[in-house]
Design a protein around this ligand. Sequence first.
Ligand code: ATP
Length: 325
Amino acid sequence: MTEQAFIELDRVEKVFDVRKKTGFMKRERRQVRAVDSISFAVARGEMVGYIGPNGAGKSTTIKMLTGILTPSGGRLRVAGIDPSRERTRLAHRIGVVFGQRTTLWWDLPLIDSYKLMHRMYRIPDVRYAENLDRCVELLELGALLDVPVRQLSLGQRMRGDIAAALLHDPEVLYLDEPTIGLDVISKAKVREFLRELNAERGTTVLLTTHDLQDIEQLCSRVMVIDHGRLMYDGPLTGLHEAGESERTLVVDLERELPPIEVPDARTVKVEGPRQWLTFPASASAAPLVARIAAEYPMVDLSVREPDIEAVIAKMYAEQAEKALS
Ligand SMILES: Nc1ncnc2c1ncn2[C@@H]1O[C@H](COP(=O)(O)OP(=O)(O)OP(=O)(O)O)[C@@H](O)[C@H]1O
């Protein structure tokens, strides 16, 4: 494993024993391999997206990284600490935000939750005051500090939760769906804050999300997990090739014509004089455009980049096909 790695997983596994009722007095025992031999390393200061379909094993991984769950196999270290053995020591160095749940006290004003955390984490007074001021300013919490958490909107509550996770200056922040259910403006605020946090403080961020714009805007590296296995680990741009994705050429002809026929591209849709052709994302559009221009009365064209969501869906489908064959 690398020396600078801050988060290290070496063939980590998590198997759950599940008992299912199959009839009167009858129970079936089954094992669910939620995380299946996953290895990766995240360096200090990296911002990494951790994505995958429902039930892929993302939350289970994060729970192991916080020490809430103990791995069934493999080796795991965060800041050199084995999370399940030294959960309390690790808690002082990590921050966690679960988008679907709050760590704040529901009936108390926001500021009271922060005061409680100040004591719980034994945060030195000066550090607490500095961090609180900074979060209040950047996350625009000033007017909300005296409002009971139950009265906050989802976006306000999420910003409140992010601040709570950062009061003790964690070196790493795990975010599980931090923008779920937020409106466009709140999402932008949260993303902007995370970018600044990472740039200014070098906080390592592991981000789980279903919103690919979070990844596009925040992470240079993405890991894709499915059925507990790591399917991809690399730059976001590389996902296109991994998913063997296609780009689309939208061609406007002078008049309605039968589908264009050219090598290395496929006409997938015709609507009046407009036609849509797909071609491999890794190929250059230039020769294709030249050929169409030479052979057809083309008046306009545009190239559409593959949609990441479609790329990932394709990756999942290919994986499922492989599993079945
Ligand atoms: N405590 C548990 N007991 C039994 N099975 C579990 C438990 N926790 C998770 N699982 C199973 O492990 C698998 C992975 O679940 P996990 O919650 O990690 O997925 P996820 O990628 O976070 O999904 P989502 O995007 O829906 O949150 C699923 O099949 C899930 O049903």
